[in-house]
Design a protein. Structure first.
Ligand code: NVA
Length: 362
């Protein structure tokens, strides 16, 4: 007890208000032990038809060992780059995602610990565990609990959103894709609050959220009430047929600089009216390269080290040139094989601490 009180007096090791303040400490995910999850509607919904086939065939099996090895090597290179910039890097320990677990009414095997962004939401000095809608991710935060406890002991506020039951009532029975041109039809109901942290983008006092196949209205409302009057949570309408995670659609890079997906952001949220808004360059990921869970627009999933340094894929020359043309120095890192697992630099990280204050940018 004494130890905890003393640590608290030194201030929180968790503190980040936006996507661009100078990065001081970050969690970087791991691909070890990654498995395809059991195949069900909620897993199927955000995928393309071809991706659905792969998930169906490989359900419950490990990801290819050679691809894990390549992605692991890229993650090591990312860690070296971050440390070279003076950032403290933390990693979870590997675990076996082939193990079965469950709750009353269901059982599942796991996915991976590759994308801490999906589940850990840092807002100010608080780190929030998301109530994830995928059964395979029910224990997703377990890998990060040693770190969360450490941050708590050192003064962070640590919260888990209401633990979802993930019973059948959460999932739309007989779900099918919305027909072309019709409004988004989510695979999840409003049975209980669920969200993934990666469906939120932080711009100081304003936080932008999207409804998706994992984030429902109740989940967004839970976060809104939890954060209280200090923050405004805005729901944005994006033109994404298979929405899951906002960070390849609407990506604030720095105050006054918003990167958008050329087709998904039809109406830029009015908040950004005084910002410069630029469309992302076309991705250059070759057609033959496996992307198990995302579109090629994962090229937009960049990580800002500060307002003028962007970690960007080493082969993505158009994105590097784009950054330079906007006064941002690209910091290249090979990450193609990591991309295969469903994310890039933003997904692979949770920024634990950025040096800055809570501000309004609009
Ligand atoms: N669902 C997005 C990726 C989000 C990181 C996409 O496939 O483009």
């Amino acid at each position: 007890m004494v130890e905890v009180q003393e640590a608290t007096a030194t201030g929180s090791p968790v503190r980040a208000y936006n996507e661009w303040d100078p990065l001081e400490e970050v969690i970087v995910g791991i691909v070890d032990g990654a498995h395809f999850p059991p195949y069900d509607d909620v897993t199927r919904a955000p995928l393309s038809p071809a991706q659905r086939e792969v998930f169906r065939e490989r359900a419950g099996r490990p990801f290819p060992a050679d691809e894990i090895a390549r992605a692991r090597d890229e993650l090591e290179q990312l860690v070296d780059i971050l440390e070279g910039f003076g950032v403290i890097v933390r990693r979870p320990d590997p675990r076996d995602h082939g193990l079965e677990f469950g709750a009353p009414g269901w059982s599942s095997t796991g996915l991976y610990d590759a994308m801490p962004r999906d589940l850990l939401l840092v807002i100010g000095d608080e780190i929030i565990e998301s109530p994830m809608a995928w059964r395979s991710r029910y224990f997703a935060s377990s890998a990060f609990r040693p770190l969360l406890k450490e941050y708590f002991r050192a003064g962070a506020r640590w919260t888990a959103a209401p633990r979802p039951e993930l019973s059948d009532e959460l999932y739309v029975e007989g779900w099918t894709d919305q027909p072309e041109g019709e409004p988004f039809r989510s695979v999840i109901t409003e049975f209980e609050p669920t969200f993934d942290a990666a469906d939120f983008m932080r711009c100081g006092r304003d936080i932008f959220a999207q409804r998706s196949h994992v984030t429902n209205k109740m989940g967004i409302e839970w976060l809104r009430r939890h954060l209280g009057d200090e923050y405004q949570v805005h729901v944005v309408e994006l033109n994404d047929d298979h929405p899951m995670h906002i960070d390849a659609s609407l990506v604030p890079l720095a105050p006054g600089k918003l990167l958008i997906h050329p087709q998904r952001v039809v109406d830029v949220p009015t908040h950004f009216k005084d910002w410069e808004v630029r469309k992302a360059p076309e991705p250059v990921i070759p057609d033959h390269h496996p992307l198990y869970m995302t579109s090629k627009w994962i090229n937009m999933n960049v990580l800002m080290l500060d307002e003028t340094h962007m970690v960007v894929e080493a082969d993505d020359v158009p994105m590097q040139k784009f950054a330079e043309s906007w006064g941002i120095t690209p910091v290249p890192c090979p990450f193609r094989w990591f991309n295969s697992f469903g994310g890039s630099f933003h997904c692979a990280t949770t920024d634990v601490r950025r040096r800055g204050e809570l501000q309004c940018y609009f």
